[in-house]
Ligand binder design. Structure first.
Ligand SMILES: *Cc1c(COP(=O)(O)O)cnc(C)c1O
Length: 370
């Protein structure tokens, strides 16, 4: 009889369920025998514009150096980020996607004796990184689908080492205002690290929305995590970054892989950061697409959770899984979120105008046919 290796895995790992990504276009094309060009994917909060032309140029220029290891310290990208955000390079940690950042901060600071606090309906990676290090996940019930920061502050115990907050949150799109965040930060003990995950912050245009960077100087226990995967359109390359006090960055630097961000990703990230037009166009596309989807959903009599991200969670008022499946047959990939405790919702990424239109038409057809 062969050995039961899963029984040998770390206890936290045994209880884990793997992250479920959005269905790839190629996979659905294979399954349905469709042309990939006829499939619309609005499932992973990707930027529908395609990458910045400057990113493509930068990658082409970097190609002849593929035999070399990347700059393990990411000097140029850190310089560019430091300038853009007025922080010192010593405060910056680069990650292979911000997913890497979430993992690094957890591995560097959290052990089996610790608790990690996060919200119900929050990003799926928080429970994964928590359980992977054997720590206890303390999941605080949501309020109106969003983070209940008061309850989260109350959930902090002497065993708490880390709190994850996503602002805006994925998959709900809910957001936390400045006053609420400040009141929360006031209540957090200094030895509890607050990870403020701002993966969608570039899309936010409200004046009441806090910018995590504004709180870094007074709060050595704050880490702000960001990514090039969403508004900057580089999801395939995997580049994220954290800004924190240098001591936290130092600890994360000790556990990271020596070359965790590859050279094409570094080059493309620097180029995209300098492309202000691209970011402006991403925002505009998102704003217009959000309106288009909201109008369409309203006409269908559906409700949704107000969102500040590049996606919206639509309430179907019934089990969403069969609707998700039927949409696939129409060549439209969205994201079921039952694994986030939201079995009646589908999360839809804001796409280009014609993609949003395809989704609305497919949803209308699917809902009418049963
Ligand atoms: C998409 C997302 C991320 C990061 O993704 P990366 O591609 O790993 O940078 C992080 N947090 C939230 C809440 C997200 O939705």
């Amino acid at each position: 009889m062969s050995c039961d290796f899963l029984a040998l895995a770390q206890p936290g790992v045994q209880k884990l369920s793997p992250y479920v990504p959005g269905k790839p276009v190629e996979e659905l094309a294979r399954e349905l025998g469709l042309d990939p060009a006829d499939i619309v994917k609005l499932a992973s909060n990707e930027n529908p514009l395609g990458p910045s032309p400057l990113a493509i140029q930068a990658i082409q220029s970097a190609l002849p150096e593929l035999t070399r290891y990347p700059d393990g310290n990411g000097f140029t990208l850190k310089q560019a980020l430091a300038e853009r955000f007025d922080v010192s390079p010593a405060m910056i940690t680069l990650g292979n996607g911000s997913n890497d950042i979430l993992e690094l901060i957890t591995r560097a600071f959290v052990g089996p004796q610790h608790e990690v606090v996060f919200s119900e309906h929050a990003f799926a990676v928080y429970p994964i990184v928590t359980q992977a290090v054997g720590a206890r996940a303390v999941v605080v019930p949501a309020r109106n689908w969003g983070h209940d920061l008061e309850a989260m502050a109350e959930a902090i115990t002497p065993a708490t080492r880390l709190v994850f907050i996503a602002n805006p949150n994925n998959p709900t799109g809910t957001w936390i205002g400045r006053g609420e965040l400040e009141a929360f930060l006031e209540r957090v003990p200094e030895e509890v690290i607050v990870v403020l995950d701002e993966a969608y912050t570039e899309y936010v245009e409200d004046s009441d929305m806090p910018n995590g960077l504004d709180y870094l100087s007074g709060r050595p226990n704050l880490l702000v995590s960001r990514t090039f995967s969403k508004a900057y359109g580089l999801a395939a390359l995997r580049v994220g970054y954290a800004m924190s006090n240098p001591a936290i960055a130092d600890a994360m630097n000790r556990v990271r892989q020596p070359f965790n961000v590859n050279s094409l990703a570094l080059a493309a990230a620097v180029a995209t950061l300098g492309d202000v037009n691209y970011l402006a166009e991403s925002r505009l596309t998102n704003r217009q697409g959000m309106l288009q989807l909201e109008e369409g959903l309203q006409l269908m009599g559906l409700s949704w959770i107000l969102s500040r991200g590049n996606f919206v969670a639509v309430d179907l008022g019934r089990e969403a899984a069969p609707v998700f499946q039927a949409l696939l047959r129409e060549g439209v990939i969205v994201r079921p979120v039952a694994n986030y405790g939201m079995p009646n919702h589908l999360r839809v990424t804001i796409g280009l105008k014609r993609e949003n239109q395809r989704f609305l038409e497919a949803l209308t057809k699917v809902l009418a046919s049963d």
